[in-house]
Ligand binder design. Structure first.
Ligand code: AP5
Ligand code: MG
Length: 216
């Protein structure tokens, strides 16, 4: 299983990624999580990335591509992986294709989560995330059992710095301009697997599993 999760901010990529990675026993690679970990540790990459993330802009391609290629080269990715939030530009998608082709490989599917924009804003503003393991929550739809504490690892549950209304609006605009062209790109390659992203995380997950088994 070599998978990509595509979809606008708040579509549920992170939520589904945790379930998919567990079911198929493949590593979950979220470029957003990698950048946030670097920001937290104050690494040179984190300092550069933060300036873009805080505005809701994309981190420059050359920083992202090198990071992902390095991660995909690690032994745990040999038999499969799940990319969450990468690729996000046509340039990134072309680099990923070239990387896989160089290894006689290709993507199994690109899961494109589709959710109405009206629903997305509420999801983003209400979202909370575990600072330690990254598990996503929502203040009303999916609250942790104990307020402020992660169900999975006991870490602190917090609100992401880029989940303010103004930044979210810019992230939507950036998605439409730079990432939406990937829907056509992967439609042409035959890898695109559109999945309705509304109706609760369990229902979405069941659809993904059924569609993947039909595709294999
Ligand atoms: P990233 O972290 O990837 O953010 P994003 O794409 O904006 O997506 P989100 O993580 O906000 O949403 P999600 O789809 O994961 O939704 P979630 O499952 O949390 O990127 C952040 C930044 O990093 C970028 O802006 C950019 O600066 C940089 N970056 C990252 N990758 C990059 C790249 N490749 N190139 C350049 N820059 C890059 O769910 C959202 C909420 O909805 C949660 O509260 C959840 O509980 C709830 N929810 C989920 N599913 C459902 C459902 N089915 N029903 C109801 N509620 C649901
Ligand atoms: Mg996410």
């Amino acid at each position: 299983m070599k998978l990509v999760l595509l979809g606008p901010p708040g579509a549920g990529k992170g939520t589904q990624a945790v379930k998919i990675a567990e079911k198929y026993q493949i590593p979950h690679i979220s470029t957003g999580d990698i950048f946030r970990a670097n920001v937290k540790q104050g690494t040179p990459l984190g300092v550069k990335a933060k300036a873009y993330m805080d505005k809701g802009e994309l981190v420059p391609d050359e920083l992202v591509v090198a990071l992902v290629e390095d991660r995909l080269g690690q032994p745990d990715c040999k038999d499969g992986f799940l990319l969450d939030g990468f690729p996000r530009t046509v340039f990134q998608a072309e680099k990923l294709d070239a990387y896989l082709k160089g290894r006689n490989d290709a993507l199994t599917a690109v899961i494109d989560l589709r959710v109405d924009e009206s629903e997305l804003m509420d999801r983003m503003i209400g979202r909370r995330v575990c600072r330690v393991c990254g598990a996503p929550y929502h203040i009303t739809n999916m609250p942790p059992k104990q307020e402020g504490v992660c169900d999975l690892c006991g870490g602190e549950v917090y609100q992401r710095a880029d989940d303010t209304e103004e930044t979210v609006k810019n992230r939507f605009a950036v998605y439409k301009e730079q990432t939406m062209p990937l829907v056509d790109y992967y439609e042409r390659s035959g890898a695109l697997m559109p999945v309705p992203g509304s109706g609760g995380p369990e229902k979405v997950f069941e659809t993904i599993v059924a569609d993947l088994s039909a595709k294999r």
